[in-house]
Design a protein around this ligand. Sequence first.
Ligand SMILES: Cc1cc2nc3c(=O)[nH]c(=O)nc-3n(C[C@H](O)[C@H](O)[C@H](O)COP(=O)(O)OP(=O)(O)OC[C@H]3O[C@@H](n4cnc5c(N)ncnc54)[C@H](O)[C@@H]3O)c2cc1C
Length: 563
Amino acid sequence: VSVRAVELGDGAVLRATVCVVGAGPAGLSLAGSLSGQGVDVLVLEAAEPGVPTDPLESVRSVGLPYAVADKRGRGLGGGSLTWNIRTPVGEPHLRLRELDEQDLAPRPGLREVGWPLAAAELEGAYRDAWALFGMPGFARGGAGRDPDVELDLAAAGGGAAVERRVFGLGPAETFTERALRDHPRVRVVTGAVVTDVRTDGAPGAVTALRCATSAGGRLTVDAEVYVLAGGGIENARLLLASRSRHPEGLGNAHDHVGRYFMEHPHYDSGLVRPADHRVEEDPALWDVHARHGMAVQRKYALTAATAEREGLLSTAFYLVPRRVRNAVLLTRDGAVDLPRTTALRLRRTALEHRQTPPPGAATALEAARSLPAATRWAAAQLRAARAARRGRWRTTAPRAMTLRAMAEQVPDPSSRVRLGRDLDAFGVPVAELDWRLSDVDLRSMARSGELVLPGVRAVFGGRADSLLDLDREPQPVVVGGSHQMGTTRMSASPRDGVVDPDGLVHGTANLYVAGSSVFPTGGSANPTLTIVALALRLGAHLGARLAAPVVVAPGAASTAGTP
Ligand SMILES: Cc1cc2nc3c(=O)[nH]c(=O)nc-3n(C[C@H](O)[C@H](O)[C@H](O)COP(=O)(O)OP(=O)(O)OC[C@H]3O[C@@H](n4cnc5c(N)ncnc54)[C@H](O)[C@@H]3O)c2cc1C
């Protein structure tokens, strides 16, 4: 099924009906769909078995810290090679969830942009995507799905409606080389790094792809249709770097390529200290567990109506056992002492990252004074964690949990991928990633946390306190969720984005983009289910396009047709 580019010989020309750049979930689901319709597909994958991927890591983070190499996977399977969640029904798995209607629609006054597709237009594609993961019963409304449920919080007060949201977990093996055996029309070439999308012919027509190999060789690809599926950073980089006809980059007439980079900021929103042991006794409340033979996890969120009323972005909250080293300091009456807890954490992170000088003498003094209390906290948590591991949790106080959040961020043109000055090992400009959060994002994080806490308290009992301290830390510690979105966004009009609702790059005749770079907004669902749904939708579109009868003008060459 797959060959190495170095084995093809320097200067080889490869021909195919459709050429897909990137063998991640997007590229492989698209290739499978096309092969199933009788279309020949060539998939080019930059990484090569047994060859280090360091030369491919050509991104410099210049905005919020972003450890790119840890946040994507490369090779046959792309990011799926890194999925590592253990579930009672097997491992490794990844989290899957559809975007909600509110995620797709514009939110006037909050974020003006939405998808040029209605939820109903994605329904069939989502059903096919679930089926690809072997979870047909999980499709919206399908039997076997553990539904989202609004919680009855009449007693909890707070005025916000909170719901339990269900995430499914699917198997990573969906995208292994083995999965390709069912698709004889798919050829994969590994170690083929696409460096240039050429548009030397008629305006708007891609004429060839130029590729480099790890041995310094060159390949050319000649196809009828080309699809970029290289991930949320590389799709934009390749368009920007393809300047044979357009100095501003391909598809970039309106300066959108690379802009609106979005992640799902993950951060500690709160601390949950249950009054009893229900966390240990009922993992179905928060942890990955089996239901109807499938792995699922329940998270918590404000209902769409509350988010709408409050003007808030989508945020999914979930519980994780609090790490022993992340000590929390308490006031005399048992509340979280936020200023001292933040000071302690800042001091600890400064020491861990060998920052010199550490942040502020006053902070250092406060942290030193807090050490005895922090040590007592850590010892108690350690005891509780050990007891829980041995199934003897009743012998200690319940352990504390962190309320983590995974939030949507507003698409912001200044949060972006652009080309740097340096060239990578293959002569392509490196990417500079400038990830930013806006004030709207921060306000939404703070208010959503405040509103969800009474609901979380009602579910888990005991206390639930905020850990977000935007007064002391204007930028909370956020990390990306390995979800790179938005840099080639989908729009109905070329003025507003890079690709049309099918994924065709505006202004081109035969260049498409697949993957989360086309997401105009990101919601708070992990992206891969939507990536696969869109890829399968694109597969159906291309299948129909290639099967359509071609009207050939006298003397002109045919440009379409099934093999
Ligand atoms: C640790 C980790 C955990 C994750 N967990 C989840 C989860 O639970 N749920 C979820 O939904 N998502 C998860 N993700 C994100 C998920 O992996 C990505 O959304 C998904 O892999 C994106 O698929 P893709 O095919 O668009 O891109 P990728 O998977 O990034 O694949 C792109 C492929 O294209 C190749 N490529 C790039 N540029 C070129 C080029 N110029 N020439 C040739 N080939 C090229 C790359 O080498 C790569 O193999 C996780 C990611 C990580 C890193």
